[in-house]
Design a binder for this molecule. Structure first.
Ligand SMILES: [Zn+2]
Length: 539
């Protein structure tokens, strides 16, 4: 998930600047970070107030003429059967959700007009009266406007949009195993990527040189225990839970600027000079980034997966080794970590991995695409002892701990963040074993040393935190310490057998902490019980 830019143990930025001997632009970037650190790295930092969600409720009333009312047929079993067959229940095998998207982007105005058709199968245990979408774009005010909601081509009887939750009332209950086709037409007025903690959300929005569309398309909410799960918004962490789905997305950019490139995962073709079509299967989301400044380089990981790195024109840095291109290093780290995690955890499922230099101060993962913040490219000192290395390996790890193996990011954020952070370590262990101690010191102990005063357990949910630093210390960093201790107790071979079994069983699913622990034997669970208790409840 999101990474912190605020990483300020005393002397940290000084040592970076001495090591880099950089140009003025680097110095000014470091100075801006110091400002961020002084405001965000303290326990007393306050979070920005989120706008109150408004509700848009539309009831598509089509009153019948008085004379006709008495003739309306009462639904019968026969009607129900007709409806079921009409939706193809008897003939159509249940599939995962399919999204067909046609979006027209006005690049200079930073707006988009979107038509999204969603084929959804009821795999729950009972008929459904409504379908709930998670509309992440609607957590920003005046950004998302829903123009129309339809069901099987006809206007939906009613729909209600509050914050990120859109409830569409079905015309008829959707029987188990049956499908419904929902249509959404909406337009987006993209937000400017802001300063401070809101800048962390720069994966959705625009800057002078980039448009980022991450979590721009509504997804079907996760269904659990007979209800639709959407979590409240907070600026800490992520709160989205999404099943995997298939995506077929066409992006049209009329009057396309010649230099425009679109970075997006899946297979790509160009149905017209101003159109890009992407097909991505088995993905929790579909994200893209576009820029007229992009340079792209492609390398192949040793498992054969192409890794494409899209960078802005600012990645050549003067280092102690001379002029180097940070984009080459990011490509190398992404390709090597992808191949390694594929070997250690489970196979990478997509055609390509796309790495995008995000014009915002954070990293962020999506299925088949990751963002790594521009500052980490600009600051790169020319060595693997850098945030560019750490964050790239971290975001690639989320291709497993989020994208392949889904979990509830709001209620159990440790399940992906602790594993993604520990995966950074095993990347260093494999490729830079001489930097193992450095990683622990720099990444972990400088924030959570042995004397660290614990404020939250590793398994705290995102709502228990009021500042980012405390969240990262508890969930990411103490989470990594917990995994290290578990590995010491179980032994390296058993530890990685456990992670691989968990990854392979969890691929394509949404798993719980119980699922994670269930891949240990009773004997192993006893062996680690005290350590688990220590990190989870401090006992
Ligand atoms: Zn993360």
């Amino acid at each position: 998930m999101r990474e912190e830019i605020v990483h300020c143990p005393s002397g940290r930025w000084q040592s970076i600047m001495i090591g880099m001997s950089k140009t003025w632009s680097i110095l000014s970037f470091a100075a801006s970070l110091l400002v961020a650190c002084s405001t965000m790295g303290t326990q007393s930092a306050t979070l920005p107030v989120l706008p109150t969600a408004t509700t848009v409720r539309v009831v598509q009333a089509t009153p019948l003429p008085t004379a006709a009312r008495q003739f309306q047929p009462i639904p019968t079993t026969q009607t129900a059967v007709t409806t079921l067959q009409g939706q193809g229940c008897a003939r159509e095998p249940v599939q995962r959700t399919q999204h067909l998207v046609d979006a027209t982007v006005n690049y200079p105005r930073r707006t988009a007009q979107v038509s999204q058709t969603v084929r959804y199968f009821n795999t729950d245990s009972a008929p459904l009266d409504d379908i709930v979408f998670a509309v992440e774009a609607n957590r920003f005010p005046q950004v998302f406007t829903l123009d129309e909601a339809s069901i099987d081509g006809a206007p939906a009887p009613a729909y209600e949009l509050t914050g990120r939750r859109l409830t569409v009332t079905l015309s008829d209950p959707l029987p188990l195993g049956c499908a419904v086709t929902l249509g959404l037409r909406f337009h987006l007025t993209l937000p400017a990527v802001g300063d401070g903690i809101i800048g962390h959300s720069g994966y959705f929005g625009f800057t002078a040189r980039q448009i980022n569309l991450g979590h721009w398309l509504p997804t079907i909410a996760y269904r659990a225990d007979g209800g639709w799960i959407t979590h409240d918004v907070t600026v800490i962490g992520e709160q989205i839970v999404s099943e995997i789905a298939d995506w077929d997305v066409t992006v049209r950019v009329p009057d396309t600027p010649l230099a425009l490139k679109i970075a997006a995962p899946g297979t790509m073709n160009r149905p017209a000079a101003n159109a890009w079509r992407f097909v991505l299967t088995g993905a929790r989301d579909f994200a893209l980034s576009m820029s007229t400044h992009f340079e792209m380089r492609s390398v192949e990981a040793t498992n054969g997966t192409p890794v494409e790195v899209f960078t802005l024109d600012n990645t050549r840095v003067q280092t102690d080794q001379g002029l180097l291109d940070a984009a080459d290093h990011a490509a190398d780290v992404a390709a090597r970590s992808l191949a390694m995690y594929s070997d250690v955890f489970s196979p990478y499922p997509h055609e390509r991995l796309v790495v995008v230099e995000g014009d915002f101060p954070d990293g962020m993962e999506f299925s088949g695409l990751i963002f790594v913040g521009a500052g980490w490219f600009e600051q790169w000192p020319g060595t693997p002892q850098s945030y560019l290395t750490i964050i790239t390996a971290h975001e690639v790890a989320h291709q497993w701990w989020y994208a392949n193996i889904g979990s509830d990011q709001a209620l159990a954020p440790w399940l992906d963040e602790a594993l993604a952070t520990y995966s950074e370590y095993i990347f260093y262990e494999e490729y830079y074993p001489e930097l193992r101690d450095w990683w622990w010191q720099f990444r972990i102990y400088s924030f959570v040393p042995d004397t660290f005063v614990v404020t939250h357990p590793v398994d705290a949910d995102v709502y228990q935190f009021d500042n980012l630093r405390a969240y990262i210390n508890a969930v990411y960093l103490r989470g990594a310490r917990m995994l290290r201790d578990l590995r010491e107790l179980l032994g390296t071979e058993a530890f990685f057998d456990w992670l691989a079994a968990y990854a392979q069983a969890g691929t394509g699913r949404i798993v719980t902490p119980d699922d994670f622990w269930s891949f240990l034997s009773a004997e192993q669970l006893t062996q680690i019980a005290a350590t688990r208790a220590y990190y989870f409840d401090g006992s």
